[in-house]
Design a protein around this ligand. Structure first.
Ligand SMILES: Cc1cc2nc3c(=O)[nH]c(=O)nc-3n(C[C@H](O)[C@H](O)[C@H](O)COP(=O)(O)OP(=O)(O)OC[C@H]3O[C@@H](n4cnc5c(N)ncnc54)[C@H](O)[C@@H]3O)c2cc1C
Length: 456
């Protein structure tokens, strides 16, 4: 319970809006795309700037209030929303300034990918972000950031130059390779564990037009397509990013799709490189074509409407072996939901995999293939069977998976998950947690527990 006078004073101190239960706007503000998450914060503070975030953190500390932080709200684990407590909502913080000469952008933490891309593309520039436009830049970047430019320019977090962070003691710090360098190392991968990031400065690159889209094959050809996908993945340059996965086409037909994007300097070269994909089979449908970068970034949007229930299991594959492919082939087309993407494999390569394991807190630089079972369904009555199917599919893949996961792709896995997810970087992250958040104020995330909290 937050005492009323303190709550009232706090609300009045904010430049942004705030919402309490029963007030207009409260239910909209607490709703995130994953319909499995139905939590009711005691108060939602929609911050207008970094000073509001500082006020939120100080208020939470002084009143011993649980905190969650919402960037774009797309965490499948639903960690943006807390039950009771204070939800720090950054979605109103949408400032961005592009410097076309220095090729950098300073962006506030509430921007979505589509908003960021639109402003940087006004100058013909872009940086690596994800594949679905409504995702938030901050959660995506602080966890990793896989996207169409990652093989050429690294993950989203590899393109960070500096961040402004409100730490648990209520200080607003700038972290980069020169100042607060330990914090800068840690925020690049540990999600919101070390503080609330209020703005992010990115390196930008000249990007567009691109060649991309997807080719579809009958689901019965899953094993054959995945074998081809594996061979193709070994031939492609850094300009190309590919993924393959099973889903149900808008016509209701289960298919295995290979999605690709070429982001090099010549469209004709891109078409030549992607040609084998379009000839193999041949495909049932070929949606690969030259397009603007913004069109490509919007390509997957229709497949991820908000309001569906979402449950995800994911780990990197040791190798995309024949046995792993055969197992995926057995599971292809068996999901109880036509809206599920599983089994699904991303190809990680190029610049994202040339960074050292310990160079950033994000440790997964040495695996080429990331497995996902990304289940979504509209009806809550179907939750039990869809979650069971996802777990069984993932369990069948266990012999081929490493223990570590990309944290942005998993549902809530409990307290021990972070150790496995961060692997070799976990102990260093615990030291940073001890330094920057010793009481574990920021625990609505894939939590790295400080030593004191872990032993308690
Ligand atoms: C439909 C869909 C498509 C996706 N596609 C991709 C993709 O192509 N590539 C990819 O890499 N990932 C992808 N993801 C995963 C995505 O990166 C994560 O879900 C990410 O956490 C989303 O960030 P957000 O800001 O929208 O989420 P939120 O739910 O707001 O935040 C996620 C986590 O980060 C914390 N957080 C958010 N902002 C801040 C901040 N400013 N400071 C401190 N902590 C913060 C939150 O507290 C929470 O724990 C996708 C997810 C979905 C649902």
């Amino acid at each position: 319970m937050i005492p009323q006078p303190q709550l009232q004073n706090f609300r009045e101190s904010l430049r942004g809006q705030s919402f309490c239960p029963g007030e207009a706007g409260y239910d909209t503000a607490r709703t995130i795309p994953n319909a499995m998450i139905d939590r009711r914060p005691a108060i939602i503070a929609r911050c207008a700037g970094a000073a509001d975030v500082v006020a939120c953190v100080r208020f939470a500390r002084e009143n011993d209030v649980l905190v969650s932080v919402r960037g774009g709200g797309h965490s499948v684990a639903g960690k943006a929303v807390c039950e009771g407590g204070l939800m720090i909502d950054l979605s109103g913080m949408k400032g961005i300034r592009v410097d076309p000469l220095m090729r950098t952008a300073r962006a506030e933490a509430g921007l979505t990918l589509a908003e960021f891309d639109r402003e940087t593309q006004a100058f013909g520039l872009a940086t690596t972000l994800g594949l679905v436009p409504k995702t938030g830049i901050s959660g995506l970047t602080l966890g990793g950031g896989f996207g169409n430019l990652m093989a050429k320019y690294g993950l989203a977090l590899d393109n960070l130059i500096s961040v402004d962070v409100v730490t648990a003691d209520g200080r607003l710090l700038t972290a980069d390779t020169e100042g607060n360098a330990d914090l800068f190392w840690g925020v690049r991968g540990s999600g919101g564990n070390l503080g609330v990031v209020t703005s992010l400065q990115y390196r930008l690159h000249e990007v567009g037009p691109v060649v991309g889209g997807a080719v579809l094959y009958p689901v019965a050809k899953t094993k054959e397509v995945l074998r081809f996908f594996r061979e193709f993945g070994q031939t492609i340059p850094d300009e190309v990013v590919i993924q393959a996965g099973v889903f149900t086409s808008p016509d209701g037909i289960p298919v295995i799709a290979v999605a690709a994007c070429y982001c090099g300097s010549s469209v004709s070269e891109g078409e030549k490189i992607l040609e084998p994909l379009r000839k193999f089979g041949p495909p049932m449908a070929d949606m690969i074509s030259p397009s603007s970068y913004l069109q490509m970034q919007a390509f997957f949007e229709p497949f991820f409407p908000p309001g569906r229930h979402t449950y995800v299991k994911s780990n990197f594959l040791r190798a995309l072996s024949d046995e792993a492919i055969d197992t995926m082939g057995e599971w292809a087309g068996t999901s109880p939901s036509p809206y599920t993407f599983a089994p699904f494999v991303e190809h990680w390569h190029g610049a994202a995999c040339r960074v050292g394991v310990a160079d950033t807190a994000f440790p997964h630089r040495q695996y080429s293939w990331n497995f996902m079972a990304w289940s979504t369904w509209p009806n809550p009555a179907d939750s039990e069977k869809n979650i069971r199917w996802t777990r069984e599919c993932w369990a069948a893949m266990q012999p081929f998976l490493i223990e570590g996961s990309y944290v942005n792709y998993v549902s809530d896995e409990g307290e021990t998950f972070a150790r496995a997810a961060y692997g070799p970087n976990y102990d260093r992250l615990v030291s940073l947690k001890n330094k920057y958040d010793p009481t574990n104020l920021f625990r609505m995330n894939h939590n790295i527990q400080p030593t004191h909290a872990a032993s308690a």
